[in-house]
Design a protein. Structure first.
Length: 649
């Protein structure tokens, strides 16, 4: 009689195969679907007849082991999928259940990582914290969607480790009652790959975003229903036919029956800022004023008048006039009022009128705007560092305390939390802000001689930034020497050196402490060289972890002289590619540093720098770029991208 076989499913991820006389146990983790298939397979082939007959046990067990190993490897190979939406075709308003397995991801072995769901509903993503329940190696969580939700992205993270599925993202679209993807789901996905994904560390993929948009707009219904999105899609294109189509979309929107003032204003802004058509924008604005003679545009123009004033006296008078005539302000208007008050506070601070500073700061409603201007003024009064001469310590301390109080108030209320951050994420960001402003307060306390209190505050700031902010580290090293002595300061400095997080001032401090004990310059050189070697090796290892090994896309572009330069012509060299535009502030700000790097390697035949001017819509582009490079005396090898190239290339 064949030995009876019982297959039992334990918990949700383990299978135990049990015989009547012996136990042949196979435990493994896999998706429940795989386990179900495996169990069915065992019963299907009547494993008990095949392996537990009256034949010798050793031979039977050998066969069983061989088969189980084969099946195990198959299942393990198949089970590399780390994420699964367990809710079949979720609909708007439903609860979505997901399962996540961190094995073979950056979060493998990491405890207490967080899961966040981002609901895409046509505006900014709405972040929701997901509570995960662990069962073996798999984590299960749920999120409630809204009736307006089109798609949901999921991300898993702990500190600086984040799993975004190798920048493909974990996501699901939502479905209607007929089982079809809801209208606008493709646009929701495109918004993530084109822009919003950066919120949770997902790298942009312009080509994928363009493809998703293109697919969504295959129907005339979608082009009409999502006219604003369709216009934005066409306006980004470098194809002239698409540009004309974008104009046609705006013209159609303008003729829409019952159009609102807000929609007309959006159309006017699209002409002015996206299409750079000032004449058409002015025509639309004139039509808006005619259609809505008593509309909100009057308030907007009154508010805008503030910026036209040139002197502090005139701006203060205009501000008082606006507050008297237009208060109370709408939710959309209040940020403009806060900006005016912030400008007046800063201007008065520059002239030393701190009573006026307090007056205008008190009128700022946004806690973070209030804290920000107070900290900026306080930092300047602190001399912008412990090694500089302060301007006004007493006033600086008062204003700095006010900035910290404003941050604490925001921590309590979370009034200005953006929708794309969870409460926990926003509070963590506020903690970073508090430590940044705490560093200002500690610097002022240092200048005031209150070293013990300054040390405690600076220590919290340094630890809050995980010892990575070198300005804070410098202040902390100085305060450690003041409060704990030379030996303690030297110990802290050595740690900062080994971590590669030190400044020139910290190097000078360590040299003074080291040589004060009778050490020679030669001994100092050997000592600091060893510390800096440790820092270099650590930095090198960190960079190596973030390097990728993906073939670069080939390109051939013309430079400023009209000569074509291809990537293939530079084979064998280290090629540094900088994408920039004349309108890109951060790009321009980085150029002095890039020039320094270029100078360092200009005589190295194995290194090449290419500066690719991209996303320039100006018809006088070449002259504009040429003038910019000449004016700033940069030695850059500038290439121009193809204005008619496919979006995303």
């Amino acid at each position: 009689m064949p030995t009876k076989l019982t297959v039992t499913r334990h918990l949700r991820h383990e299978v135990v195969i049990q015989t009547r006389k012996k136990y042949a146990v196979l435990l493994f983790s896999a998706h429940p679907f795989l386990l179900a298939a495996f169990i069915s397979f065992l019963h299907l082939i009547h494993l008990q007849d095949a392996f537990f007959s009256t034949k010798p046990q050793k031979q039977n067990m050998k066969k069983l082991t061989t088969l189980l190993l084969a099946i195990t490897f198959t299942i393990v190979a198949t089970a590399q999928k780390n994420f699964e939406v367990m809710t079949p075709k979720p609909t708007p308003g439903s609860v979505i259940t997901i399962e996540y397995m961190p094995r073979n991801t950056v979060l493998q072995g990491v405890k207490d990582f967080e899961a966040t769901a981002y609901l895409l509903e046509g505006k900014l993503p709405l972040a929701k914290t997901m509570q995960l329940k662990q069962e073996g190696g798999i984590y299960r969580g749920t999120v409630k969607t809204n009736d307006s939700t089109r798609a949901v992205f999921f991300t898993f993270a702990k500190d600086d480790k984040r799993d975004n599925n190798n920048d493909e993202g974990y996501y699901t679209v939502l479905y209607d009652k007929a089982g079809k993807e809801v209208s606008g789901s493709g646009l929701a996905l495109a918004s993530v790959y084109g822009n919003y994904g950066g919120i949770w560390g997902l790298k942009a993929n312009a080509e994928k975003a363009a493809d998703l948009n293109k697919k969504e707009f295959e129907t005339a219904e979608a082009k009409t229903k999502y006219a604003n999105e369709y216009f934005a899609f066409l306006a980004k294109s470098k194809n002239e036919a698409d540009k004309e189509a974008a104009r046609a979309v705006l013209a159609g929107m303008l003729e829409k029956k019952g159009i609102s003032e807000a929609d007309m204003l959006k159309i006017k802004n699209s002409y002015e800022f996206t299409l750079k058509d000032k004449e058409k924008a002015e025509a639309v604005m004139a039509k808006l004023k005619e259609k809505f003679p008593n509309g909100n545009w009057k308030r907007t123009e009154a508010l805008s008048a503030f910026a036209k004033e040139k002197t502090l006296k005139d701006r203060e008078a205009r501000y008082a006039e606006i507050v008297k005539a237009l208060a109370p302000f709408t939710k959309d208007e209040q940020p403009m009022i806060d900006n005016m008050a912030t400008t007046l506070a800063k201007t008065n601070a520059d002239s030393g009128n701190y009573d006026a500073v307090k007056k205008y700061v008190a009128q700022i409603k946004n806690n973070m705007a209030k804290a920000g201007i107070l900290n900026n003024i306080s930092w300047k009064l602190a001399g912008e560092g412990i090694n500089n001469k302060p301007l006004n310590v007493k006033t600086g301390l008062e204003l700095s305390m006010m900035s910290l109080a404003a941050v604490n108030e925001e921590k309590k209320t979370l009034t200005n939390k953006p929708p794309y951050q969870t409460d926990e994420q926003y509070r963590r960001n506020l903690d970073f802000t508090y430590h940044t402003y705490g560093d200002t307060y500690a610097t002022l306390l240092y200048h005031n001689g209150d070293y013990a209190k300054a040390y405690e505050i600076e220590k919290q700031a340094v630890e809050g930034f995980k010892r990575k902010d070198m300005s804070m580290n410098e202040a902390f090293a100085a305060l450690t020497e003041k409060t704990k002595g030379a030996a303690a300061a030297r110990a802290e400095l050595e740690k900062f050196f080994e971590e590669g997080k030190y400044t020139k001032g910290m190097r000078e401090q360590l040299q003074r402490l080291y040589t004060s004990g009778g050490k020679t310059e030669a001994e100092w050189t050997a000592y600091v060289t060893n510390l800096e070697e440790l820092a270099y090796n650590k930095l090198k290892a960190e960079l190596a972890k973030n390097m990728i090994n993906i073939p670069a896309p080939q390109f051939a572009l013309k430079d400023m002289s009209g000569k074509e330069v291809s990537l293939s012509s530079l084979k064998g060299k280290v090629v540094v590619v900088d994408f920039w535009a004349t309108w890109c502030g951060p790009c321009i700000a980085s150029f002095p540093g890039m020039q320094t790097a270029l100078n360092k390697f200009k005589n190295n035949p194995d290194v090449a720098f290419l500066f690719i001017d991209t996303w320039e819509n100006d018809s006088n582009r070449v002259q504009k770029v040429t003038d910019f490079i000449a004016k700033n005396k940069y030695d850059f090898h500038v290439l121009y991208d193809d204005p008619k190239a496919k979006e995303g290339n």
